[in-house]
Design a protein around this ligand. Structure first.
Ligand code: UD1
Ligand code: UDP
Length: 357
């Protein structure tokens, strides 16, 4: 049996790492990389650090509008699928690479498995929400990371092929956290002490593409006076420059703006942060797994468990709310990581495929 894994963006490299390791014990895997992310620190570094199998096909689509990017991906993926004739296409998460992979496959009558199915923010203005909903509705295997995700699928009438597996990002974190502690020198290199700084990531379109929102977020960072390590996504860097906000960031003594970091450095920066500020989906979960309070720069999240359990607060791009959370937000209760599985979600995904494909 041959499985085609389709990836293209940073979080997908991290998600595929533990699954591919299991998959290759039972299946012939081909990896198709759309080229959505291509900078070294958004792409290669993850393949090198996480021992991810090299892509068999690199499609080189790169950046562009949603229509251009998704359309080019569909065209190029289709050619590979026609040639390779896989028995199943495996897609991850909610990016344009996810949707393109699923659309190319469904029209060729190739079965689709979606890892991280059933997540919903209930906000269709987020491109990720559109990608998830559409992908779920054409998938044959829906690997849901949480109970909430399973319920979301049932509510949309999807009740066959749904499996509660746990979260493969939790597997990845458990597999790598000790390695990260051993190998990463980032705290020393950046002159940081554990629990003496905040960590921030911002890249979601709803924040970067809206000048006033990005400005509010940056002003809150500056006014907080707290040391903030800010590994900036290329999208964010581009907009900071376009809006003339880069100057404010560079002048602020408390903001340490750096390039995106590899996964191992990221885990160490997360674990040692006093609090995390983010609009990332994956980073919200990792904050929860590592018991670090998370301030989410969004109005809604698909990872509702992190909020329900008191470890995540949603503040949007409201400067006052961000500042209040930086100064006052303290988690109320315990974390219940079993809500994301037992660290063996990848094994479960592969076992289901072995038993049913
Ligand atoms: C994409 C996903 C988002 C995910 C994020 C993970 C979609 C619609 N969005 O957003 O859900 O959270 O990846 O990081 O799929 N760029 C570079 N170098 C790169 C990659 C991007 O400079 O290697 C710049 C380009 O200017 C590009 C912009 O970043 O136009 C946005 O990249 P794109 O892949 O379109 O979306 P992301 O914001 O990365
Ligand atoms: N990440 C990383 N380096 C960074 C920022 C994020 O390794 O500089 C990792 C992070 O630890 C998580 C994943 O990338 O595992 C999240 O991806 P991202 O925030 O790009 O996308 P999202 O989860 O929002 O789709």
């Amino acid at each position: 049996m041959r499985i085609a894994t389709i990836v293209g963006a940073r979080p997908q490299f991290i998600k595929m790492a533990p699954v591919s390791r299991e998959l290759r014990k039972h299946f012939d895997e081909i990896v198709i990389h759309t080229g959505q992310h291509y900078d070294y620190d958004m792409n290669r570094i993850f393949f090198e650090q996480l021992n991810i199998p090299e892509p068999d096909y690199y499609l080189g689509v790169g950046s562009g509008s949603h229509g251009y990017q998704t359309g080019e991906m569909i065209k190029r993926i289709e050619e590979v699928l026609i040639k390779e004739k896989p028995d199943l296409v495996l897609v991850y998460g909610d990016t344009n690479s996810t949707l393109a992979g699923a659309l190319a496959a469904v029209k060729l009558h190739i079965k689709i498995a979606h890892v991280e199915a059933g997540l919903r923010s209930f906000d269709k203005r987020m491109p990720e929400e559109v990608n998830r909903v559409l992908t779920d509705h054409i998938s044959d295997y829906l690997f849901a990371p949480t109970e909430t995700a399973v319920e979301n699928l049932y509510k949309e009438g999807i009740n066959t092929g749904v499996y509660l597996t746990g979260d493969v990002m939790y597997d990845a974190l458990l597999h790598n956290i000790k390695i990260a502690r051993d190998k990463s020198k980032t705290l020393r290199e950046l002159g940081l002490r554990s629990k003496n700084y905040l960590l921030a990531t911002v890249h979601r379109a709803e924040n970067t593409d809206d000048r006033s929102k990005l400005e509010n977020i940056i002003n809150a960072f500056v006014e907080s006076g707290e040391p903030i390590v800010f590994p900036a996504h290329p999208r964010t860097r581009k907009y900071l420059e376009a809006y003339g906000l880069m100057e404010i960031v560079s002048k602020a003594d408390n903001i340490i703006l750096i390039n995106p970091v590899g996964y191992l450095d990221m885990l160490v920066l997360e674990e040692n942060a006093k609090k995390i500020l983010t609009d990332s989906g994956g980073v919200q979960k990792e904050a929860y797994f590592l018991k670090v309070p998370c301030i989410t720069l969004r109005e809604r999240t698909e990872w509702v468990e992190t909020v329900e359990d008191g470890w995540n607060t949603l503040v949007g791009a409201n400067k006052e709310k961000i500042l209040k959370a930086i100064w006052e937000f303290e988690p109320m209760g315990k974390t219940y990581t079993y809500r994301f599985g037992n660290g063996r979600a990848s094994e479960r995904v592969v076992q289901i495929l072995v038993g049913t494909l």
